[in-house]
Ligand binder design. Structure first.
Ligand code: UD1
Ligand code: CA
Length: 455
Protein backbone atom coordinates (compact mmCIF):
# COMPACT_ATOMS: atom_id res chain seq x y z
CA UNK A 1 0.00 0.00 0.00
CA UNK A 2 1.11 3.58 -0.55
CA UNK A 3 2.76 5.28 2.42
CA UNK A 4 0.44 6.92 4.93
CA UNK A 5 1.28 10.48 5.95
CA UNK A 6 -0.79 12.13 8.65
CA UNK A 7 -0.96 15.93 8.83
CA UNK A 8 -2.15 17.28 12.18
CA UNK A 9 -3.31 20.90 12.26
CA UNK A 10 -2.40 22.57 15.52
CA UNK A 11 -1.46 26.15 14.69
CA UNK A 12 -4.57 27.94 15.93
CA UNK A 13 -4.46 30.15 18.99
CA UNK A 14 -7.33 28.70 20.95
CA UNK A 15 -8.08 32.09 22.50
CA UNK A 16 -11.35 30.86 24.01
CA UNK A 17 -9.40 28.60 26.35
CA UNK A 18 -8.19 31.81 28.10
CA UNK A 19 -4.87 30.14 28.77
CA UNK A 20 -1.14 30.65 28.42
CA UNK A 21 -0.90 26.97 27.58
CA UNK A 22 -1.39 26.26 23.86
CA UNK A 23 -4.81 24.67 23.40
CA UNK A 24 -3.55 21.35 22.06
CA UNK A 25 -1.51 20.85 25.25
CA UNK A 26 -4.57 20.91 27.49
CA UNK A 27 -5.15 17.38 28.73
CA UNK A 28 -7.92 14.88 28.28
CA UNK A 29 -7.67 11.67 30.30
CA UNK A 30 -4.29 12.79 31.63
CA UNK A 31 -2.65 13.39 28.26
CA UNK A 32 -2.32 16.51 26.12
CA UNK A 33 -4.91 16.48 23.33
CA UNK A 34 -2.19 16.56 20.67
CA UNK A 35 -0.58 13.45 22.13
CA UNK A 36 -3.86 11.56 21.77
CA UNK A 37 -3.96 12.54 18.11
CA UNK A 38 -0.33 11.56 17.53
CA UNK A 39 -1.09 8.24 19.25
CA UNK A 40 -4.04 7.64 16.93
CA UNK A 41 -1.87 8.39 13.89
CA UNK A 42 0.72 5.89 15.15
CA UNK A 43 -1.94 3.24 15.70
CA UNK A 44 -3.09 3.72 12.14
CA UNK A 45 0.43 2.84 11.06
CA UNK A 46 1.42 6.30 9.83
CA UNK A 47 4.77 6.28 8.05
CA UNK A 48 5.22 9.94 8.88
CA UNK A 49 3.40 12.46 11.05
CA UNK A 50 3.56 16.17 10.26
CA UNK A 51 2.25 18.59 12.84
CA UNK A 52 1.50 22.12 11.73
CA UNK A 53 2.22 24.54 14.58
CA UNK A 54 2.05 28.29 14.98
CA UNK A 55 0.76 29.87 18.19
CA UNK A 56 2.75 28.49 21.12
CA UNK A 57 4.64 26.26 18.73
CA UNK A 58 7.81 26.20 20.82
CA UNK A 59 5.92 24.97 23.87
CA UNK A 60 4.12 22.35 21.81
CA UNK A 61 7.40 21.11 20.41
CA UNK A 62 9.12 21.07 23.81
CA UNK A 63 6.30 19.05 25.36
CA UNK A 64 6.19 16.51 22.58
CA UNK A 65 9.58 14.84 22.66
CA UNK A 66 8.99 11.14 23.17
CA UNK A 67 7.34 10.61 19.83
CA UNK A 68 9.25 12.17 16.93
CA UNK A 69 7.12 14.10 14.46
CA UNK A 70 7.98 16.49 11.66
CA UNK A 71 7.19 20.02 12.84
CA UNK A 72 5.88 22.35 10.18
CA UNK A 73 5.61 25.99 11.11
CA UNK A 74 2.69 28.06 9.83
CA UNK A 75 3.67 31.63 10.63
CA UNK A 76 0.31 33.19 9.90
CA UNK A 77 -2.97 31.34 10.34
CA UNK A 78 -4.55 31.96 6.97
CA UNK A 79 -6.95 29.03 7.06
CA UNK A 80 -7.03 25.24 7.11
CA UNK A 81 -6.13 24.97 3.41
CA UNK A 82 -3.12 27.20 3.94
CA UNK A 83 -2.13 25.13 7.00
CA UNK A 84 -2.11 21.85 5.06
CA UNK A 85 -0.25 23.56 2.21
CA UNK A 86 2.67 24.20 4.58
CA UNK A 87 3.21 20.44 4.81
CA UNK A 88 3.16 19.82 1.03
CA UNK A 89 6.96 19.87 0.59
CA UNK A 90 7.23 16.92 2.97
CA UNK A 91 4.58 14.74 1.33
CA UNK A 92 5.77 12.21 -1.27
CA UNK A 93 3.62 12.17 -4.43
CA UNK A 94 2.48 8.62 -3.87
CA UNK A 95 1.42 9.15 -0.23
CA UNK A 96 -2.06 8.74 1.16
CA UNK A 97 -2.67 11.77 3.38
CA UNK A 98 -4.95 11.89 6.39
CA UNK A 99 -5.79 15.27 7.91
CA UNK A 100 -6.38 15.33 11.67
CA UNK A 101 -6.67 18.13 14.23
CA UNK A 102 -4.73 18.69 17.44
CA UNK A 103 -7.90 19.79 19.21
CA UNK A 104 -10.01 16.79 18.17
CA UNK A 105 -8.45 14.23 20.48
CA UNK A 106 -10.71 11.22 20.80
CA UNK A 107 -11.34 9.82 17.34
CA UNK A 108 -11.20 6.02 17.51
CA UNK A 109 -8.66 4.32 15.28
CA UNK A 110 -11.41 2.03 13.94
CA UNK A 111 -13.31 5.06 12.66
CA UNK A 112 -10.34 6.17 10.55
CA UNK A 113 -9.02 2.76 9.53
CA UNK A 114 -11.43 2.04 6.69
CA UNK A 115 -11.05 5.60 5.42
CA UNK A 116 -7.29 5.32 4.96
CA UNK A 117 -7.23 1.68 3.90
CA UNK A 118 -9.70 2.04 1.05
CA UNK A 119 -8.09 5.24 -0.17
CA UNK A 120 -6.83 5.37 -3.75
CA UNK A 121 -6.13 8.00 -6.36
CA UNK A 122 -9.77 8.23 -7.34
CA UNK A 123 -11.26 8.66 -3.87
CA UNK A 124 -11.55 11.39 -1.29
CA UNK A 125 -12.44 10.01 2.15
CA UNK A 126 -14.57 12.36 4.21
CA UNK A 127 -15.71 11.97 7.81
CA UNK A 128 -19.02 13.68 8.50
CA UNK A 129 -21.43 13.73 11.41
CA UNK A 130 -25.09 14.60 11.70
CA UNK A 131 -25.84 16.95 14.56
CA UNK A 132 -29.05 18.26 16.10
CA UNK A 133 -27.37 21.64 16.25
CA UNK A 134 -25.03 22.14 13.29
CA UNK A 135 -24.28 25.77 14.25
CA UNK A 136 -20.73 26.83 13.37
CA UNK A 137 -19.80 23.84 11.25
CA UNK A 138 -19.26 23.51 7.51
CA UNK A 139 -22.36 21.94 5.91
CA UNK A 140 -22.19 18.89 3.66
CA UNK A 141 -24.02 19.78 0.45
CA UNK A 142 -25.46 16.84 -1.52
CA UNK A 143 -27.18 16.78 -4.91
CA UNK A 144 -30.51 15.21 -5.86
CA UNK A 145 -28.81 11.80 -5.99
CA UNK A 146 -27.46 12.31 -2.47
CA UNK A 147 -23.94 12.64 -3.83
CA UNK A 148 -21.71 15.10 -1.97
CA UNK A 149 -20.98 18.12 -4.14
CA UNK A 150 -19.28 20.56 -1.77
CA UNK A 151 -18.82 21.84 1.76
CA UNK A 152 -20.12 25.28 2.60
CA UNK A 153 -18.87 27.06 5.71
CA UNK A 154 -21.45 28.45 8.15
CA UNK A 155 -20.49 32.03 7.34
CA UNK A 156 -20.82 31.48 3.59
CA UNK A 157 -24.01 29.44 3.71
CA UNK A 158 -27.41 30.50 2.47
CA UNK A 159 -30.63 29.86 4.36
CA UNK A 160 -31.31 26.45 2.81
CA UNK A 161 -27.76 25.31 3.40
CA UNK A 162 -27.88 26.41 7.03
CA UNK A 163 -30.71 23.92 7.54
CA UNK A 164 -28.42 21.02 6.63
CA UNK A 165 -27.55 18.98 9.71
CA UNK A 166 -24.82 16.82 8.21
CA UNK A 167 -21.57 18.65 8.93
CA UNK A 168 -17.89 18.45 8.18
CA UNK A 169 -15.73 17.05 10.98
CA UNK A 170 -12.69 18.44 9.15
CA UNK A 171 -11.11 14.99 8.99
CA UNK A 172 -10.42 13.79 5.48
CA UNK A 173 -8.11 11.57 3.47
CA UNK A 174 -6.79 12.22 -0.02
CA UNK A 175 -3.85 11.29 -2.24
CA UNK A 176 -0.90 13.69 -1.82
CA UNK A 177 -0.63 14.39 -5.52
CA UNK A 178 -4.15 15.87 -5.54
CA UNK A 179 -3.34 18.11 -2.61
CA UNK A 180 -0.22 19.23 -4.43
CA UNK A 181 -2.14 20.25 -7.50
CA UNK A 182 -5.22 21.71 -5.81
CA UNK A 183 -4.06 23.52 -2.65
CA UNK A 184 -1.97 26.12 -4.50
CA UNK A 185 -5.08 27.10 -6.45
CA UNK A 186 -7.28 27.83 -3.42
CA UNK A 187 -8.79 31.27 -3.19
CA UNK A 188 -9.60 33.23 -0.05
CA UNK A 189 -12.52 35.07 -1.60
CA UNK A 190 -15.02 34.03 1.05
CA UNK A 191 -16.72 35.45 4.13
CA UNK A 192 -13.70 34.83 6.39
CA UNK A 193 -10.94 35.70 3.90
CA UNK A 194 -9.38 32.31 4.62
CA UNK A 195 -7.96 29.55 2.46
CA UNK A 196 -10.46 26.77 3.13
CA UNK A 197 -9.31 23.17 2.99
CA UNK A 198 -12.97 22.33 2.48
CA UNK A 199 -12.88 23.86 -1.02
CA UNK A 200 -11.06 20.76 -2.25
CA UNK A 201 -14.28 18.76 -1.98
CA UNK A 202 -15.84 20.63 -4.89
CA UNK A 203 -12.54 20.32 -6.80
CA UNK A 204 -12.57 16.56 -6.27
CA UNK A 205 -16.18 16.34 -7.45
CA UNK A 206 -15.35 18.39 -10.53
CA UNK A 207 -12.56 15.95 -11.39
CA UNK A 208 -14.93 13.00 -10.87
CA UNK A 209 -13.29 11.57 -7.77
CA UNK A 210 -15.49 9.42 -5.60
CA UNK A 211 -16.35 11.08 -2.28
CA UNK A 212 -16.39 8.25 0.21
CA UNK A 213 -18.27 9.41 3.29
CA UNK A 214 -18.07 7.71 6.66
CA UNK A 215 -19.42 8.62 10.09
CA UNK A 216 -18.13 7.97 13.60
CA UNK A 217 -20.01 5.69 15.98
CA UNK A 218 -20.36 8.55 18.46
CA UNK A 219 -20.27 12.32 17.74
CA UNK A 220 -17.88 12.84 20.67
CA UNK A 221 -15.22 11.10 18.57
CA UNK A 222 -15.08 14.15 16.32
CA UNK A 223 -15.88 16.80 18.92
CA UNK A 224 -13.30 19.56 18.88
CA UNK A 225 -12.36 21.61 21.92
CA UNK A 226 -12.65 25.38 21.80
CA UNK A 227 -13.18 26.16 25.46
CA UNK A 228 -12.90 24.53 28.86
CA UNK A 229 -16.56 23.54 28.92
CA UNK A 230 -16.05 21.40 25.84
CA UNK A 231 -12.84 20.05 27.36
CA UNK A 232 -14.80 18.93 30.44
CA UNK A 233 -17.54 17.39 28.27
CA UNK A 234 -14.99 15.33 26.39
CA UNK A 235 -13.33 14.31 29.64
CA UNK A 236 -16.62 13.01 31.04
CA UNK A 237 -17.34 11.17 27.81
CA UNK A 238 -13.97 9.45 27.68
CA UNK A 239 -14.23 8.54 31.38
CA UNK A 240 -17.69 7.06 30.85
CA UNK A 241 -16.36 5.01 27.96
CA UNK A 242 -13.43 3.82 30.11
CA UNK A 243 -15.72 2.90 33.01
CA UNK A 244 -17.86 0.86 30.63
CA UNK A 245 -14.79 -0.95 29.35
CA UNK A 246 -13.67 -1.77 32.89
CA UNK A 247 -17.06 -3.16 33.82
CA UNK A 248 -17.15 -5.22 30.63
CA UNK A 249 -13.69 -6.56 31.50
CA UNK A 250 -14.67 -7.73 34.97
CA UNK A 251 -14.58 -4.79 37.38
CA UNK A 252 -17.38 -3.81 39.71
CA UNK A 253 -17.45 -0.04 40.02
CA UNK A 254 -19.29 1.38 43.01
CA UNK A 255 -20.22 4.30 40.77
CA UNK A 256 -19.17 4.36 37.10
CA UNK A 257 -19.40 8.16 37.21
CA UNK A 258 -16.84 8.43 40.00
CA UNK A 259 -13.68 6.87 38.62
CA UNK A 260 -10.99 8.61 36.60
CA UNK A 261 -8.48 6.81 34.46
CA UNK A 262 -5.72 9.11 33.24
CA UNK A 263 -3.54 6.63 31.45
CA UNK A 264 -3.63 2.89 30.82
CA UNK A 265 -5.38 0.63 33.27
CA UNK A 266 -5.17 -3.12 32.74
CA UNK A 267 -7.29 -5.31 34.99
CA UNK A 268 -7.87 -8.94 35.90
CA UNK A 269 -11.20 -10.39 36.99
CA UNK A 270 -13.34 -9.66 40.03
CA UNK A 271 -11.99 -6.22 40.72
CA UNK A 272 -13.83 -3.95 43.12
CA UNK A 273 -13.31 -0.23 42.80
CA UNK A 274 -15.02 2.07 45.24
CA UNK A 275 -15.86 5.70 44.53
CA UNK A 276 -13.46 8.53 43.66
CA UNK A 277 -10.47 6.45 42.72
CA UNK A 278 -7.96 7.99 40.30
CA UNK A 279 -5.62 5.90 38.18
CA UNK A 280 -2.68 7.61 36.47
CA UNK A 281 0.04 6.43 34.10
CA UNK A 282 0.36 2.69 33.61
CA UNK A 283 -1.41 0.61 36.22
CA UNK A 284 -2.19 -3.08 36.21
CA UNK A 285 -4.43 -4.84 38.72
CA UNK A 286 -4.42 -8.64 39.08
CA UNK A 287 -7.47 -10.73 39.93
CA UNK A 288 -9.54 -10.08 43.05
CA UNK A 289 -8.03 -6.69 43.81
CA UNK A 290 -10.13 -4.26 45.81
CA UNK A 291 -9.55 -0.54 45.91
CA UNK A 292 -11.20 1.54 48.61
CA UNK A 293 -12.67 5.00 48.19
CA UNK A 294 -10.47 8.00 47.46
CA UNK A 295 -7.31 6.16 46.42
CA UNK A 296 -4.80 7.48 43.87
CA UNK A 297 -2.80 4.81 42.05
CA UNK A 298 -0.09 5.77 39.59
CA UNK A 299 2.39 3.64 37.60
CA UNK A 300 1.94 0.51 39.67
CA UNK A 301 1.82 -3.23 39.25
CA UNK A 302 -0.59 -4.80 41.70
CA UNK A 303 -0.82 -8.57 42.04
CA UNK A 304 -3.81 -10.83 42.76
CA UNK A 305 -5.81 -10.44 45.93
CA UNK A 306 -4.35 -7.11 47.02
CA UNK A 307 -6.59 -4.99 49.21
CA UNK A 308 -6.03 -1.26 49.02
CA UNK A 309 -8.01 0.51 51.70
CA UNK A 310 -9.48 4.00 51.66
CA UNK A 311 -7.44 7.09 50.85
CA UNK A 312 -4.17 5.41 50.02
CA UNK A 313 -1.72 6.80 47.47
CA UNK A 314 0.45 4.36 45.52
CA UNK A 315 3.03 5.68 43.08
CA UNK A 316 5.72 3.81 41.17
CA UNK A 317 5.41 0.60 43.15
CA UNK A 318 5.11 -3.16 42.78
CA UNK A 319 2.67 -4.78 45.18
CA UNK A 320 2.78 -8.55 45.79
CA UNK A 321 -0.15 -10.93 46.07
CA UNK A 322 -2.59 -10.49 48.95
CA UNK A 323 -0.81 -7.45 50.35
CA UNK A 324 -2.96 -5.13 52.44
CA UNK A 325 -2.46 -1.41 52.21
CA UNK A 326 -3.91 1.52 54.10
CA UNK A 327 -6.22 3.13 54.93
CA UNK A 328 -4.17 6.34 54.53
CA UNK A 329 -0.93 4.75 53.36
CA UNK A 330 1.52 6.48 51.04
CA UNK A 331 3.55 4.12 48.90
CA UNK A 332 6.16 6.10 46.99
CA UNK A 333 8.34 5.23 43.98
CA UNK A 334 10.72 2.32 44.26
CA UNK A 335 8.64 0.47 46.82
CA UNK A 336 8.29 -3.27 46.30
CA UNK A 337 6.03 -5.07 48.69
CA UNK A 338 6.26 -8.87 48.54
CA UNK A 339 3.28 -11.19 49.00
CA UNK A 340 1.21 -11.08 52.20
CA UNK A 341 2.73 -7.83 53.43
CA UNK A 342 0.82 -5.19 55.36
CA UNK A 343 1.38 -1.45 55.23
CA UNK A 344 -1.11 0.31 57.41
CA UNK A 345 -2.34 3.79 58.23
CA UNK A 346 -0.04 6.79 58.08
CA UNK A 347 2.88 4.78 56.80
CA UNK A 348 5.12 6.24 54.10
CA UNK A 349 7.48 4.03 52.14
CA UNK A 350 10.02 5.04 49.48
CA UNK A 351 12.62 2.83 47.75
CA UNK A 352 11.70 0.14 50.23
CA UNK A 353 11.88 -3.58 49.54
CA UNK A 354 9.60 -5.32 51.98
CA UNK A 355 9.88 -9.12 52.25
CA UNK A 356 7.05 -11.61 52.31
CA UNK A 357 4.77 -11.47 55.32
CA UNK A 358 6.35 -8.33 56.80
CA UNK A 359 4.20 -5.70 58.47
CA UNK A 360 4.50 -1.98 58.94
CA UNK A 361 1.15 -1.36 60.47
CA UNK A 362 1.13 2.22 61.69
CA UNK A 363 2.71 5.67 61.59
CA UNK A 364 6.13 4.92 60.14
CA UNK A 365 8.58 6.14 57.52
CA UNK A 366 10.54 3.43 55.74
CA UNK A 367 12.80 4.76 52.98
CA UNK A 368 15.97 3.49 51.28
CA UNK A 369 15.49 0.25 53.14
CA UNK A 370 15.26 -3.46 52.60
CA UNK A 371 13.32 -5.67 54.97
CA UNK A 372 13.51 -9.47 55.02
CA UNK A 373 10.57 -11.78 55.58
CA UNK A 374 8.19 -11.63 58.52
CA UNK A 375 9.60 -8.41 59.91
CA UNK A 376 7.34 -6.55 62.31
CA UNK A 377 7.89 -2.81 62.33
CA UNK A 378 6.30 -1.13 65.32
CA UNK A 379 4.37 2.11 65.26
CA UNK A 380 6.37 5.28 64.87
CA UNK A 381 9.48 3.67 63.39
CA UNK A 382 11.65 5.94 61.28
CA UNK A 383 14.50 5.01 58.97
CA UNK A 384 16.73 8.08 59.27
CA UNK A 385 18.05 7.82 55.72
CA UNK A 386 19.27 11.36 55.13
CA UNK A 387 22.08 13.33 56.73
CA UNK A 388 21.18 16.51 54.92
CA UNK A 389 23.40 15.67 51.96
CA UNK A 390 23.42 11.94 51.27
CA UNK A 391 20.93 9.10 51.46
CA UNK A 392 21.87 5.84 53.26
CA UNK A 393 20.45 2.33 53.40
CA UNK A 394 18.83 0.47 56.26
CA UNK A 395 18.98 -3.33 55.93
CA UNK A 396 16.77 -5.44 58.17
CA UNK A 397 17.02 -9.27 58.25
CA UNK A 398 14.25 -11.89 58.42
CA UNK A 399 12.05 -12.08 61.47
CA UNK A 400 13.22 -8.84 63.08
CA UNK A 401 10.94 -7.19 65.63
CA UNK A 402 11.35 -3.42 65.68
CA UNK A 403 9.84 -1.91 68.82
CA UNK A 404 7.65 1.13 68.54
CA UNK A 405 9.15 4.58 68.18
CA UNK A 406 12.51 3.33 66.95
CA UNK A 407 14.88 5.47 64.91
CA UNK A 408 17.19 3.49 62.64
CA UNK A 409 20.05 5.81 61.73
CA UNK A 410 21.35 4.69 58.34
CA UNK A 411 23.60 3.24 57.17
CA UNK A 412 22.75 0.43 59.51
CA UNK A 413 22.26 -3.35 59.28
CA UNK A 414 20.00 -5.29 61.61
CA UNK A 415 20.68 -9.06 61.59
CA UNK A 416 18.03 -11.76 61.32
CA UNK A 417 15.92 -12.47 64.38
CA UNK A 418 16.94 -9.28 66.16
CA UNK A 419 14.64 -7.59 68.66
CA UNK A 420 14.87 -3.84 69.08
CA UNK A 421 13.49 -2.33 72.25
CA UNK A 422 10.84 0.34 71.87
CA UNK A 423 12.08 3.89 71.76
CA UNK A 424 15.59 2.98 70.62
CA UNK A 425 17.82 5.11 68.47
CA UNK A 426 19.90 2.52 66.64
CA UNK A 427 23.16 3.86 65.22
CA UNK A 428 25.29 0.71 65.05
CA UNK A 429 24.79 -2.66 63.35
CA UNK A 430 23.15 -5.44 65.35
CA UNK A 431 24.14 -9.11 64.93
CA UNK A 432 21.67 -11.93 64.39
CA UNK A 433 19.29 -12.75 67.21
CA UNK A 434 20.57 -10.01 69.58
CA UNK A 435 18.41 -7.67 71.58
CA UNK A 436 19.30 -4.03 70.99
CA UNK A 437 18.07 -1.38 73.36
CA UNK A 438 19.28 2.17 72.95
CA UNK A 439 17.42 4.60 75.12
CA UNK A 440 17.86 6.51 78.34
CA UNK A 441 17.53 4.35 81.47
CA UNK A 442 14.35 4.91 83.38
CA UNK A 443 14.76 6.38 86.87
CA UNK A 444 11.89 6.34 89.35
CA UNK A 445 12.32 8.99 92.07
CA UNK A 446 10.68 7.96 95.30
CA UNK A 447 8.96 10.58 97.43
CA UNK A 448 9.14 13.20 94.69
CA UNK A 449 6.80 16.15 95.13
CA UNK A 450 5.33 18.25 92.38
CA UNK A 451 6.18 21.93 92.63
CA UNK A 452 3.35 23.85 94.32
CA UNK A 453 2.00 27.18 93.18
CA UNK A 454 2.82 29.89 95.78
CA UNK A 455 -0.13 32.20 96.59
C1 UD1 B 1 -13.33 23.81 10.16
C2 UD1 B 1 -13.92 23.45 8.82
C3 UD1 B 1 -15.42 23.18 8.98
C4 UD1 B 1 -15.64 22.09 10.00
C5 UD1 B 1 -14.96 22.44 11.31
C6 UD1 B 1 -15.00 21.26 12.24
C7 UD1 B 1 -12.60 24.64 7.17
C8 UD1 B 1 -12.54 25.80 6.28
N1 UD1 B 1 -13.70 24.54 7.90
O1 UD1 B 1 -13.96 25.02 10.55
O2 UD1 B 1 -15.97 22.80 7.74
O3 UD1 B 1 -17.03 21.91 10.21
O4 UD1 B 1 -13.56 22.75 11.09
O5 UD1 B 1 -14.53 21.64 13.48
O6 UD1 B 1 -11.69 23.83 7.20
N2 UD1 B 1 -5.87 25.71 11.90
C9 UD1 B 1 -4.51 25.88 11.63
N3 UD1 B 1 -4.13 26.91 10.82
C10 UD1 B 1 -5.02 27.75 10.28
C11 UD1 B 1 -6.38 27.57 10.55
C12 UD1 B 1 -6.77 26.54 11.35
O7 UD1 B 1 -3.68 25.13 12.12
O8 UD1 B 1 -4.58 28.66 9.56
C13 UD1 B 1 -6.27 24.62 12.78
C14 UD1 B 1 -6.87 25.16 14.05
O9 UD1 B 1 -5.87 25.18 15.06
C15 UD1 B 1 -7.96 24.16 14.38
C16 UD1 B 1 -8.33 23.58 13.03
O10 UD1 B 1 -7.30 23.90 12.14
O11 UD1 B 1 -7.46 23.12 15.17
C17 UD1 B 1 -9.68 24.06 12.54
O12 UD1 B 1 -9.61 25.44 12.37
P1 UD1 B 1 -10.84 26.38 12.70
O13 UD1 B 1 -10.52 27.74 12.29
O14 UD1 B 1 -11.29 26.15 14.08
O15 UD1 B 1 -11.91 25.76 11.69
P2 UD1 B 1 -13.44 25.98 11.76
O16 UD1 B 1 -13.76 27.37 11.40
O17 UD1 B 1 -13.99 25.44 13.01
CA1 CA C 1 -12.50 29.42 12.19
Amino acid sequence: MNPLHVVILAAGQGSRMKSDLPKVLHSVAGRPMLHHVIGTARQLGADKIHTVIGHGGDKVRATTTEDPVNWVVQDEQLGTGHAVAQALPYLPDDARVLILYGDVPLTRTETLQAMVESLDDDTLGLLTVTLDNPQGYGRIVRDANAQVTSIVEQKDAGKDQLAIREVNTGILAIAARHLKSWLPTLSNANAQGEYYLTDIIAMAVERSLKISVSQPEDPFEVQGVNNRLQLAELERWVQKREAERLMTDGATLADPARIDVRGELVIGKDILIDVNVVFEGKVSLGNNVSVGPGCVIRDAVIADGVQINAHSVIDGAVIGANAQIGPFARIRPGTELAANTKVGNFVETKKALVGEGSKINHLSYVGDASLGRNVNVGAGTITCNYDGVNKFQTVIGDGVFVGSNTSLVAPVCIGAGVTIGAGSTITRNVDDNELAVARGQQRNIKGWKRPQKSD
